[in-house]
Design a protein around this ligand. Sequence first.
Ligand SMILES: NC(=O)c1ccc[n+]([C@@H]2O[C@H](COP(=O)([O-])OP(=O)(O)OC[C@H]3O[C@@H](n4cnc5c(N)ncnc54)[C@H](O)[C@@H]3O)[C@@H](O)[C@H]2O)c1
Length: 253
Amino acid sequence: MDFQGKVVVITGACGGIGKETARLFAKQGAKLALIDLNQSALEAVASELELVDYLAIGADVTDENQVMNYVKATKAKYGKIDIFFNNAGTVGKLARMTEMTTEDFDKVVNVNLKGVFYGLKHVLKVMQEQKSGSIVNTSSGLGMHGGIGLGAYSATKHGIIGLTKTAALESAGFGVRVNVICPSAVYTPMVNVIEAFRSPESTEKARENSEQRIPLKRYATPEEIAELVLFLSSDKASFITGSEYKIDGGLRA
Ligand SMILES: NC(=O)c1ccc[n+]([C@@H]2O[C@H](COP(=O)([O-])OP(=O)(O)OC[C@H]3O[C@@H](n4cnc5c(N)ncnc54)[C@H](O)[C@@H]3O)[C@@H](O)[C@H]2O)c1
């Protein structure tokens, strides 16, 4: 896959999946706009990936003005957005529904659902105007089923699939594709939170149990998720839009 000269915006670029996706896109010649909460963490990622031509923009995806700002800054520097990996997310504070506070519920909704919506809203305007583009949103296996303690997370990840399908229908006439990935557990810091909730006395035991339930007997690596994102973003996926992709080692087969 050749991404030479393509402009790629990635949110959650400091996280496990975002950083690995940035690495693969950069290797294929893309120009990157990296978005995450902390500016100095973004600069550290850019330096680790040895990026030369890039943008690093500290932005909170829950704030529509900050989303508009990263879209505007990318357009100003590169004149277009070819690919958008709408990926920033949080698992939040895990709690059974009877114990979950409204505040904790809202935090997850704001990042995972509103953040993804704001990104779609403002990047789609650019892509629809240029009459080209490809978007990959990040849902989760928990966007297709429930999980104890994960009510807010699961609800928002289901919601991202709805946003994806609607955006795909609204954008097809403009030559813009929109898809969503649904990974099961990936080796990133996010899974540690879930393991600690499931087995506070031994996260190792929780990991072992979870891995045993997966037919391939392990979690995914961030690179395996990134490979799917690159494929869906590329011209090789030119007839794929409005689709959700499970990537789960056979867990839900
Ligand atoms: N790790 C997994 O097992 C797994 C499984 C399925 C789906 N996912 C999803 O993959 C995506 C990436 O997660 P990850 O595994 O790389 O986790 P991660 O925690 O390593 O990365 C998430 C990144 O999002 C950023 N972020 C959080 N809130 C933000 C905000 N308000 N504004 C801007 N950036 C914000 C964080 O700073 C972090 O860098 C998330 O949407 C997550 O829900 C992860």
